[in-house]
Write a protein that binds this ligand. Structure first.
Ligand code: BGC
Length: 762
């Protein structure tokens, strides 16, 4: 007892000391910023709120560029998408040597899934369900970006996504609020570390606040409209998790919410974000987010700029609405000095926290730039992380793993391509340093395997589509031969091989921003190639590149093995080889449902039951909620992914089937590796609140554990559950739990679960 008491006292003292240190820092910061702001003119304050793009700054000419001139006039608070220590140092020099108050600049960038060492696209990374790996990827991204002069990243993107037509599903973490929240926290921790002022940590910016992932019809930038109940219970959760983790900044989204674009939505930005969630950092718009409100139909630039400031926006990205109109609005009484001061203070606080007032060149160390970017150690971690993100969708007759012997045909437009490997939003990647699948295979298998290569098809029959889908220097090189010639060549080499790898799917820019699709199948040219390869009778493995869930019903029926490799980053080629040859056993699990066809979309596991649910095991009944022409089932459900081994689950054991009040109970299963090799399994806990004052989803993810087991090994996996896990926002948006019956489900994906029931009383 004594020991416990002294431990508690120790813990209390530690917290008190930490709080005290924080308060002292905050007090120091306040004194510093108060003094600085006293010296600032209104124009200088408005200048801090301006975030132009970097323009065309040439090293050695920074001061003379257009941006350089604006900086000298005190009209710039930060810049983005400028990279390299030399350039950033030169620009920072203009800010701290040639402006009246010598205020340093923020340097932001879209460091989304790695910097030069590129990790899998976020949707892929989320499939590893390993928070340490995810945090580590953000840590490495921060080390590399900060070594190159960057101190602020526009990441993580945590928009919940349920519509695979939307191209930006590739940038997020899928359809689940809870998992999205865990990932949001891991990313913020990785970027910001424990001390933001260190030279290898950077400020994170969670985006896009809010609901951007719910764009109607999956069309980018489209309208969103949703109930508060759904916002609070589902879509808000990951943003709030990032705020809880101490994210330094938040980006407003392009879409409207309740008829008011997020950028001018005071309820969202001030009432929810600042008042309800206690966010203390600064708010930036998305790219020209203010100006776009003119097209939304809210008025002229002065009007929309004033509305954005009054709603709570602190920094204006690119559009210069604040810079050019706020002073006039101040004169006319449409905005107050208090609002301008508050925004300016938040920007200055961010700079203070990053340590820029102590040393504006803190992130400009040439030596670090030479030694800490794209290092062997980082690349090794990126390679193993990529392998953990791959999802084995099908493996009939154990076609995989491949033996390191014989002849392997490597066929497809993505089989020998480097430029698409990093995936969308890899702005710091050097494409030529990425590894193509063919190269990875050849290096991993050495001379034990003979590889034969053919391109087999273009990305698509439609050349104009291919142009649109391979922007930003990611062209695959259009082959001028006829489709027949290309297929014939591919079939000929397939016939000479023991196994065929069909490396197909989407190009990197078929997902990402402004890359929505109304057809989510593999492009027809590649499908025709696949059909021809299957006709050879050789075992075919589909190595699938994609930035979104695709409709793969035909492939599931006809192709013996499918390995989904997303876009694995700079080391993708090696990682693909590691998994195909079995050096790494795949363990990724989908974080977004793969539908059977586009008509089922949006399809997600945590849906409501409706008043007319379809009985289990059926796929059509008149007057039930279903379709005439397709079952309600997913092709591959949320949480799904195979391994080269098999796992079996015992029944769920509950420590107490009638808990009361704030008790904690344990739910456990025995997991056994019943196959022949070591493997990792993501054990998932789902809960259903059977009766509520409002309707509740048929199941919700509430926990997960990634477990590694040797062949034949068993382990008990236990989840502790308390009323905290049962809470939700009720009709009055009160966050609480309700007593009654609950189903506790544990399994290897959201469909195949074992269930136990309990009754929780208050
Ligand atoms: C995107 C953001 C991005 C910003 C800056 C916008 O178009 O929506 O996600 O951070 O550009 O590059």
């Amino acid at each position: 007892m004594k020991i416990v008491n002294s431990l508690l006292v120790g813990l209390f003292l530690m917290c008190a000391l930490q709080l005290h240190a924080q308060q002292t820092n905050d007090a120091k910061m306040k004194i510093f910023i108060d003094a600085l702001m006293k010296k600032m003119t209104v124009d200088e304050k408005i200048g801090q709120l301006n975030l132009p793009g970097s323009g065309d700054i040439v090293t050695g000419q920074a001061g003379n560029s257009d941006i350089g001139k604006k900086i000298k006039e005190g009209k710039v608070g930060g810049l983005f998408n400028i990279k390299s220590v030399a350039k950033i140092k030169a620009v920072q020099k203009v800010a701290v040597e040639e402006t009246r108050l010598k205020i340093p600049l923020l340097f932001g960038m879209d460091v989304i899934h790695g910097y030069q060492t590129v990790f899998p696209i976020p949707l892929g990374l989320s499939a590893c369900w390993d928070m340490q790996l995810i945090e580590q990827s953000a840590r490495i991204a921060a080390i590399e970006a900060s070594a190159d002069g960057i101190n602020w990243t526009f990441s993580p993107m945590v928009d919940l996504t349920r519509d695979p037509r939307w191209g930006r599903v590739s940038e997020g973490n899928g359809e689940d609020p809870y998992l999205g929240g865990q990932i949001a926290k891991a990313m913020v921790r990785g970027y910001q570390g424990k001390d933001l002022s260190l030279n290898n940590t950077i400020m994170s910016c969670v985006k896009h606040f809010a609901l951007y992932g719910a764009a109607e019809a999956g069309r980018d930038y489209n309208t969103t409209d949703m109930s508060r109940y759904r916002m609070y219970n589902e879509y808000f959760y990951p943003y709030q998790a990032a705020v809880d983790a101490g994210v330094g900044s938040v980006m407003a989204s392009f879409n409207e919410i309740d008829g008011i674009p997020a950028t001018a939505n005071k309820w969202l930005l001030t009432d929810v974000l600042r008042r309800q969630w206690g966010f203390k950092g600064f708010l930036v718009t998305d790219y020209t987010g203010i100006n776009e409100m003119m097209d939304h139909g809210l008025g002229n630039l002065q009007t929309v700029s004033g509305r954005a400031l009054n709603a709570g926006i602190d920094m204006d990205m690119v559009g210069e609405g604040f810079l050019t109109t706020l002073k006039q609005s101040l004169k006319e009484g449409k905005v107050t000095m208090q609002m301008i001061d508050a925004a300016c203070r938040r920007i200055l606080e961010a700079k203070y926290k990053l340590g820029l007032f102590d040393d504006p060149y803190r992130y400009c160390n040439e030596e670090r730039a030479k030694t800490e970017i794209f290092t062997t150690a980082h690349r090794k971690i990126a390679r193993s992380t990529a392998a953990q993100s791959f999802v084995l969708l099908k493996n009939q007759n154990n076609v995989l793993p491949l033996k390191k012997s014989g002849t392997v045909a490597v066929i497809g437009p993505l089989a020998n391509d480097k430029r698409n490997m990093p995936g969308t939003w890899s702005v710091a990647a050097e494409f030529d340093k990425a590894t193509a699948v063919l190269t990875g295979l050849t290096e991993v298998a050495g001379d034990k395997v003979k590889f034969l290569y053919a391109k087999g098809s273009n990305l698509d029959y439609d050349e104009a589509f291919e142009d649109r889908a391979t922007m930003f220097g990611k062209g695959i090189g259009r082959d001028k031969r006829s489709p027949e010639e290309m297929i014939n060549e591919a079939v000929a080499i397939a016939n000479q091989s023991d196994v065929v790898l069909a490396v197909l799917g989407e190009s990197a820019e078929m997902s990402g921003e402004s890359s929505s699709r109304s057809n989510i199948e593999i492009p027809q040219a590649q499908k025709d190639l696949l059909k021809a390869l299957l006709k050879t009778g050789k075992p075919v493995v589909l190595v699938l590149f994609t930035g979104r869930p695709l409709a793969l019903t035909w492939e599931q029926q006809n192709v013996p093995a499918i390995l989904n490799v997303w876009f694995g980053g700079s080391e993708a080629g090696y990682a693909v080889a590691d998994v195909l040859f079995g050096d790494v056993n795949p363990s990724g699990k989908l974080t977004m449902t793969f539908p059977q066809n586009i008509g089922q979309v949006p399809l997600f596991y945590n849906h409501k039951n409706t008043g007319r649910p379809l009985p289990d095991g059926q796929w059509f009944q008149k007057f039930r909620s279903n379709y005439l022409d397709v079952s309600n089932d997913a092709l591959y459900p949320f949480g799904y992914g195979l391994s080269y081994t098999n796992f079996s689950y015992s029944d769920v054991k509950i420590s107490n089937a009638s808990p009361k009040g704030n008790q904690t109970i344990a739910a456990s299963v025995t997991l056994t590796n019943t196959g022949a090799v070591t493997g990792k399994e993501v054990v998932q806990l789902y809960i259903r609140d059977v009766v509520g004052s409002v309707t509740r989803p048929v199941k919700e993810l509430k926990g997960f554990q990634k477990v590694e087991l040797k062949a034949g090994e068993s382990k008990t996996v236990t989840f502790n559950i308390s009323p905290n896990d049962l809470r939700f926002y009720n009709y009055d948006l009160k966050y609480d739990w309700e007593p009654g019956e609950f189903q506790i489900m544990i399994g290897g994906n959201s469909r195949d679960v074992k269930m136990a029931k309990l009754n929780w009383s208050k």
